[in-house]
Every structure is written in C-alpha cells, then in structure tokens.
Design a protein around this ligand. Structure first.
Ligand code: HEC
Length: 142
C-alpha cells in the first residue's frame, strides 16, 4: 500500500514537471528546435542547399554554414543573421534561398499550424527563425 502511494506521487511529480517545466525551458531561441527545423522536410529544409554537421550527403549548392558560422558571423551579427533567414532576397538579390519570414514555409500543416490566426502564425514564424538562428550559433566551435 505504502509503496503504491510513493509511486503515485512520483508519477504526479513527473507529470507536473512535464507540464510546467518544459514551457519554462523553451523561451526565446531554442537551438534544439532550430536544429529540427533546419533538418526538417518539408518545413525549413536548409539542408537541401547548405552543408550542416551529421549529414550523409551534404549539399554543396549553397555556402557551408558551419564554415560561415565559424569564420564570418560573430555574436554581434545575430540580428543580421535573423534578417537573412527572414528575407534572404533583400541581401542576395535573385537568390534561390527562400525568404522564410515572408511566406508560410515555416508553418507546419501536419501540426495544424495553418489553422492558427494570421497573427499567431506570424509570431510562430518569428519564434522559429529565432530557434534556427540559435541553432546556427550552436555550430560555432567553442
Ligand atoms: C533552395 C536553396 C536554399 C535553402 C533551402 C536555404 N538556403 Fe540559405 N542560401 C542559399 C544560397 C544559394 C545562398 C547564397 C546567397 C546567394 O544566393 O548568393 C544562401 C545564403 C545563406 C546565408 C548567408 C550566407 C553568407 O554568405 O553570408 C545564410 C545565413 C543562410 N543561407 C541560411 C539558411 C538557413 C538557416 C536556411 C534554412 C532555414 C537556408 N539558408 C535555406 C540557398 C538556400
């Protein structure tokens, strides 16, 4: 009887953690989520054009982002990088890179995100761009 109660309490504590703990951890930019987006097909699929770590057949049609993150982009360039991901065309006219902040490329229909209001979708896209940028910065060798 006693053992059962202890077990129940442990389960409840775990559930509490799952519901309260997780939203508290994932605030601003979340590199782990960004990584999923970068590798995600069809949502962001940056790997379709750029080279990232742990890719079996790396694409070479666009600059190697591991290389760029280590040699070109410094901590102070975070905002610029956000803008590039949001609107690549502004920085590289006629680029084939999509402007992720403009269309609905980062909206995941499978998760029902297309059913959200336009304002919520906009916020979600901004958040996802933050996550992607955070992931890009995690590629820097420390
Ligand atoms: C369809 C191919 C394609 C996809 C998908 C793509 N890119 Fe690009 N990206 C490019 C190309 C090509 C360039 C080089 C700019 C140009 O067109 O000359 C570039 C440039 C960049 C740059 C600037 C590099 C520099 O020289 O300073 C960054 C940063 C970047 N991409 C990040 C991303 C991220 C993050 C994603 C995913 C969210 C992504 N790209 C998806 C093709 C792509």
């Amino acid at each position: 009887m006693e053992k059962k109660r202890v077990f129940k309490m442990a389960v409840m504590a775990l559930l509490l953690f799952a519901f309260i703990g997780i939203p508290m951890v994932v605030e601003a930019g979340d590199a782990k989520k960004g990584e999923e987006l970068v590798h995600g097909r069809p949502v962001a699929n940056c790997v379709g054009c750029h080279h990232f770590p742990n890719i079996v057949m790396p694409s070479t049609i666009a600059p190697d982002l591991v290389d760029l993150m280590n040699n070109l982009y410094a901590e102070k360039d975070k905002e610029k990088l956000r803008q590039i991901v949001a609107d690549a065309n502004k920085f590289f006219p006629d680029t084939m890179m999509p402007s992720y902040g403009k269309g609905k490329l980062l909206i995941d229909k499978k998760k029902g995100e297309d059913k959200l209001s336009p304002e919520e979708q906009k916020k979600l896209i901004e958040k996802k761009i933050d996550d992607i940028v955070e992931y890009l910065y995690s590629l820097k060798k420390k």
